[in-house]
Each structure stands twice: as C-alpha cells, then as structure tokens.
Design a protein around this ligand. Structure first.
Ligand code: TRP
Length: 337
C-alpha cells in the first residue's frame, strides 16, 4: 500500500524558533518515516511581504534548509523543495483563483492579522491571494496531512473547500487534506504578550547558543509580585513557568509548588529552564555543524528534493488539465515533458 503523504512548509523570512519546533517541526520529524513527506520552502510566499528586498531570499532559503536538517528532517527519507522552482504550482494557483472569491480571502482571519502586523492599508493581489497559492502547494502533492501551527488552520480549511469545489466542478482528482496541530499549538513569546515570532523580537531560535538562551531567559519578565525568593509566586501569569509546562513536563508540578510556596527563586527557575532548552537543542546544534560546514551538501539536497517534487507536481497537473478538459491536444505537449 502506498504511504499517505505529508506536505507542509515555511516562508523563508529568517531563522526558525521554538514556536515552529513545538508547533510543527517536531511532528514532521516524528512522522517523516511513516508518511511520504514533502517540506516546502515557500519562497514565493515570502515574496508577498518581501518583494522589495528579494536579495535576502537566498540567505533565508539556506537558513531554513539548515534549520530543517539540523532539527532532524532526514534528506534520505524526506523531500525538501523550493516553491519558486516548480512552475506547475503557480499554474494550479491560477486555476483555483478562478473560483475563489476576493471576499473569502478578505475574511480569512490569518490574512487579516498579518496584514495588520505588516501595517498594510491596502493588500496586494499576491498577498491577499497567498492562501490560494498555499492550497496548490498542498494539493499538487495530494497531501493527506498538513502539520502546522494553529494560525494556519484557516488556510487548510480554505484548501479543503477548494478541493471540494474543484472535484465537484471537474473530476475528483484532488485530495482533501487535514491539519495536524502540534502539542503546543501556540507558543507564547518571551515577552509573554503574543505568540513567539521573529517580527515581534520575542523568540528563542533553534540556532541560539547556550549564552544567547541564558541571556534571553534571564531577561524574561516573571511575576512582578515576587521581589524576594520567599514571596509566594503566581506561575499562571509567568512566561518562564509557561515554558516549564512545555519543555520541562516531568518537573513542572514541583516547579509550580516551589514557586507558589516561595521555595525557588526566579533566577534558579530560569537556570533550570535554560538547562532543559539546552538538552532539547544540543542534538540540533550538533547536526547543524555538519551542514554549516558544507553548504554545497545543503544545495545538493535542495536541488535533488526539488527535482523529485517536480515530477510529482507535473503528474498531478496532467490529471488536473485532463479533468478540466484543457488538454486540447490529448497527450501532454512536449514542452511539458
Ligand atoms: N503559510 C506558511 C507560513 O507562514 C507557509 C506555507 C506555505 C505552508 N505553503 C504551505 C504551510 C503549505 C503549510 C502548507 O509559514
């Protein structure tokens, strides 16, 4: 029996952080053997917000590829691909855009939040339409499962609607995917205010050193009512405690009791958290060295992955054009081969 497929991905707009890890990356690493897995570096989608500075893309693509490989995505079993290098994905986006209305996109909550974050007064056609492009990323691989963070749910919902509409209008050749949300759908940022995000400057990166993490954790605001160690703490309002619930599950009850009882100081509590994060990140750091020292190996992995993914995308598009009846001359024209 054929394995079911996973497709998911990220915009290359900087380094990946712990929020990405617990939201989606950990699931990918865990499931990559069980599912035929495609991991997309969404450089076209990155252009929707970074079209004025495409010169940073090359570096960001390499950065994200390294993050993937360091986190444990195994290039021997999984396929990593580049979005701009597969023209069929953009062709499928156009077909989908014929029956996806502007209003549906305008009401997409993630699009709205991001537009606000970027301070867009008006939205470009490309930005407004990126969820349509995301639907083709997923469906061109006939993915069954899409491991993502919570914010991506509206996009998966839209993808499901698009698939149903397409299959209904033409022929049932596309597969309706499901979202798979990680253990921690939304990791709060170090500032305790919003989700962890590069643009909000509240992130711990997978590539941070021990010193960088220690510094960030030490700077995090804890319970303001605790001045002395013996003051009773309120873990429910403390970001450091929140991280213990995620990254130090075994000891979290003890931490909570000691905090409430004034038996552990914030500095000690932060040191414990830092040690847990180091334990999580140590294998990632070790794997990273190998790739940082060998950028040609990373490039080869990307080229090979994209080549493999391209053959799958081309096959789906033959079916799509056939379903729509726009393969006028029967067989596939030679320029598609
Ligand atoms: N929107 C995702 C992000 O912001 C990236 C992405 C592009 C994606 N295409 C996808 C995620 C397809 C899942 C499936 O990071």
């Amino acid at each position: 029996m054929e394995r079911k497929r996973i497709l998911t991905g990220d915009r290359p707009t900087g380094k990946l952080h712990l929020g990405h890890y617990v939201g989606s990356l950990a699931n990918r690493v865990k499931l990559q053997e069980q599912y035929e897995s495609y991991f997309l570096i969404a450089d076209m989608q990155a252009l929707t917000t970074h079209f004025e500075k495409p010169e940073g893309l090359h570096r960001d693509v390499m950065q994200i590829a390294e993050d993937y490989l360091a986190a444990g995505i195994n290039p021997e079993v999984s396929t990593i691909l580049l979005q701009t290098m597969i023209p069929e994905m953009h062709e499928l986006t156009l077909y989908f855009s014929m029956f996806t209305t502007v209003n549906v996109l305008r009401h997409n909550p993630t699009v709205k939040t991001e537009a606000k974050q970027h301070g867009f007064k008006d939205m470009t056609y490309g930005f407004l339409g990126y969820p349509v492009s995301q639907a083709s990323d997923i469906t061109i691989f006939k993915a069954n499962l899409v491991p993502v963070g919570e914010d991506q749910i509206p996009h998966i919902e839209l993808t499901r609607k698009i698939v149903r509409r397409f299959n209904d209008l033409y022929k049932p050749v596309l597969v309706e995917p499901e979202a798979l949300i990680g253990d921690v759908p939304k990791l709060i940022g170090l500032d305790g205010k919003a989700k962890m995000s590069k643009s909000l400057n509240n992130a711990i990166y997978l590539s941070d050193t021990h010193e960088e993490i220690l510094q960030k954790v030490m700077d995090a605001v804890t319970d303001p009512a605790r001045i002395r160690k013996t003051d009773p703490g309120h873990p429910e309002i403390c970001t450091v405690y929140n991280y213990h619930t995620v990254f130090n599950k075994e000891n979290v009850v003890e931490i909570e009791n000691d905090c409430r009882g004034g038996q552990i100081g914030c500095v000690q509590c932060k040191k414990k958290l830092t040690a847990c994060l180091d334990t999580l990140l140590e294998p990632i750091r070790e794997r990273r060295v190998e790739y940082t020292n060998n950028p040609q190996r990373v490039r080869d992995i990307l080229m090979e992955g994209t080549r493999k993914a391209h053959t799958v995308a081309k096959d789906t598009m033959i079916e799509v054009r056939e379903a729509m009846g726009i393969n006028y001359f029967g067989a596939v024209p030679s320029y598609h081969k």
